[in-house]
Ligand binder design. Structure first.
Ligand code: ZN
Length: 345
């Protein structure tokens, strides 16, 4: 029996309902929509997470498309699918939650007695993420367009991968995109949420998937490939019989180790570089201009040699921490020779 909060699905069933989480002090409820798909045969548990950042909706559409097609009788194991985690952000087209100005994705394992987002994170984490073997976590550009890529956490010691890391190395490639990137440990400071997910024995991969103001016009391929990745991961996890489809045989994995931080002033960022441009230390990456007068506010030189890897287009920098990411090619994986099958015994 697959159970999330008060919801339950018997083998072979699909169930939809809301996970009761928390309410604001005036009583507004922000319960989380959950689809349960209990496969007819036993197997591992896969979790699909959309819009934990409320304005990032490519994955939400892919998850709904997947749920509509998924036939429990053809599935081994369980699927917990959440199209929109952050409903407050989603309703307002915002990344975080205006209810308490927090980002749920950074709060795991949450707090039973904290603010609305702390409580939401606590219940949601315990009921969904903690019981999954694998989580596919969808992000996307909102106003900002992203290249699409698999993003994953760095290994503390790449020569001694943990059990979770060994699974993740396969999932990153199995998902089917032609590129992936990881940040070396500590690039963005400590991440307690990531540690909580690892401590729960859940293997997380994150997707950055297009977006931008033209996302609908250019988004159909992204939605299709975001859904394709779910089926690929299920095949790798032996939850579904089928043939993997991908962008091609190769997946380039970038070490995203060079961050171009936001200057001390805010303004309109104009990036002068394109994806895959090779830069030397000191080369200009872009400039920050006054959005009203056009005056140059700051130059943004590249701190180290690197290749421009997938990152956003120009946007106002209010609220941003980093402006650009450069990296080096860590490895190129070949799907024709790599064993992508994952065992959970
Ligand atoms: Zn995001």
């Amino acid at each position: 029996m697959l159970k999330v909060g008060n919801l339950a699905a018997k083998p072979g069933e699909k169930v939809f309902g809301y996970l009761e989480t928390a309410q604001s002090r005036s009583g507004m409820r922000l319960d989380i929509p959950v689809h349960l798909i209990a496969g007819a045969q036993p197997g591992p548990t896969l979790m699909l997470q959309g819009a934990i950042h409320g304005a990032e909706v490519i994955g939400s559409i892919a998850i709904l498309d997947f749920v509509a097609k998924a036939d429990p009788s053809a599935i081994r194991g369980n699927i917990i699918a959440v199209p929109v985690v952050n409903r407050a952000g989603f309703e307002l087209g915002e990344r975080g939650s205006r209810v308490d100005a927090k980002d749920i994705s950074r709060l795991f394992p949450g707090k039973a007695d904290g603010s609305v987002s702390d409580q939401t994170a606590y219940i949601y984490f315990k009921e969904t993420i903690a019981q999954a073997d694998v989580m596919i976590d969808y992000h996307a550009g909102a106003r900002t367009a992203y290249e699409r890529y698999v993003l994953f956490s760095a290994e503390d010691d790449p020569n001694k991968p943990t059990r979770i890391e060994k699974i993740r190395r396969k999932l990153v490639v199995a998902f089917g995109l032609d590129q992936a990137a990881f940040f070396p440990p500590g690039t963005f400071g400590a991440n307690t949420a990531k540690k909580a997910i690892e401590d729960a024995n859940t293997c997380q991969i994150t997707l950055e998937f297009g977006g931008g103001t033209g996302w609908y016009k250019n988004g159909e391929d992204n939605v299709r490939d975001a859904e394709r990745g779910i089926w690929n991961v299920m095949i790798a996890m032996d939850m579904f019989d089928g043939e993997m489809k991908s962008d091609g045989p190769l997946c380039t994995v970038y070490n995203a180790g060079v961050v171009i931080w936001k200057p001390a002033v805010d303004g309109l960022f104009i990036r002068d570089r394109k994806f895959k441009d090779e830069l030397k230390a000191g080369d200009s990456y872009g400039r920050l201009v006054d959005p009203y007068t056009g005056e140059l506010l700051a130059e943004m030189p590249t701190p180290k040699d690197g290749i421009v890897i997938p990152s956003g287009q120009e946007w106002p920098t209010v609220g941003a921490t980093s402006i650009g990411i450069l990296g080096t090619i860590d490895r190129v994986e070949d799907r024709r020779t790599m064993d992508m099958s994952i065992s959970f015994d």
